[in-house]
Design a protein around this ligand. Structure first.
Ligand code: 13P
Length: 248
């Protein structure tokens, strides 16, 4: 095993310089478990600012990017630009991108491929809606979403973290039970063993995301196939430190 626990804070479209100062001060104050990798997902316009005040031990991620390096794509940012301001990560395929902005598996895969080629690390998000879960389609959906990523990732799995985020648990206060999350993570790993390789299945880190708080993080973190979290709302609050330290 030996998968390093990795906790991402996805700030989404929240925060201003003042709030970022407060979040960063809280992270610096920590103390953060040094065995845990921490990445914050920052609104594009604040990437450079956040990078300039964060310690180097904390990774910085964009929350989206386009699929080519430059050109006539008004309003978009490229992995090259993200790297240029010193950020090393990008979150791709978040359910809000998929549902609100209509991003399909194929587009997410193209973005993942280009981000990896450009030298960024990728947090690739997958997850089913409530309707899909109630129709017993959870596995079908997350396998389909992951399958679309296989050619895009190729042999670059070392630079990918998967984030399983059931859509019904995002921002709703309804966390998946540790058993529900563990079950999906375990079946994903089994699917990866069959469709990527045993080594990928064993080494890839799978985060859980969806209403993670300091109150439920420890129990989720204790599940054998949960290797970290992607945290939304609680990543803006002081309790994010406790979530980072959930394995202690
Ligand atoms: P919440 O933690 O606010 O439910 O958001 C989860 C999420 O979407 C992280 O990417």
């Amino acid at each position: 095993m030996g998968r390093k626990f990795v906790v991402g804070g996805n700030w989404k479209m929240n925060g201003d310089k003042k709030q970022i100062d407060e979040i960063v001060a809280n992270l610096k104050n920590g103390p953060l478990d040094s065995n845990v990798e921490v990445v914050v997902g920052v609104p594009a316009i604040y990437l450079a600012y956040a990078k300039s005040i964060l310690p180097d031990t904390i990774g910085v991620a964009a929350q989206n990017c386009w699929k080519v390096a430059k050109g006539a794509f008004t309003g978009e940012i490229s992995p090259a630009m993200i790297k240029d301001v010193g950020a090393g990560w990008v979150i791709l395929g978040h359910s809000e991108r998929r549902t609100i902005f209509g991003e399909k598996d194929e587009l997410v895969a193209e973005k993942v491929a280009h981000a990896l080629e450009s030298g960024l690390k990728v947090i690739a998000c997958i997850g089913e809606t409530l309707e899909e879960r109630e129709a017993n389609k959870t596995e079908e959906v997350v396998f389909r979403q992951t399958k679309a990523l296989l050619p895009a990732i190729g042999n670059n799995w070392a630079n990918v973290v998967l984030a399983y985020e059931p859509v019904w648990a995002i921002g709703t206060g309804k966390t998946a039970t540790p058993q529900q999350a563990q079950d999906v993570h375990a079946s994903l790993r089994k699917w990866l063993a069959a469709n990527a390789s045993a080594d990928v299945a064993d080494s890839v880190r799978i985060q859980y995301g969806g209403s993670v708080t300091a109150a439920n993080a420890k129990e989720l973190a204790a599940c054998p196939d949960i290797d970290g979290f992607l945290v939304g709302g609680a990543s803006l609050k002081p309790e994010f430190v406790n979530i980072v330290n959930a394995t202690q």
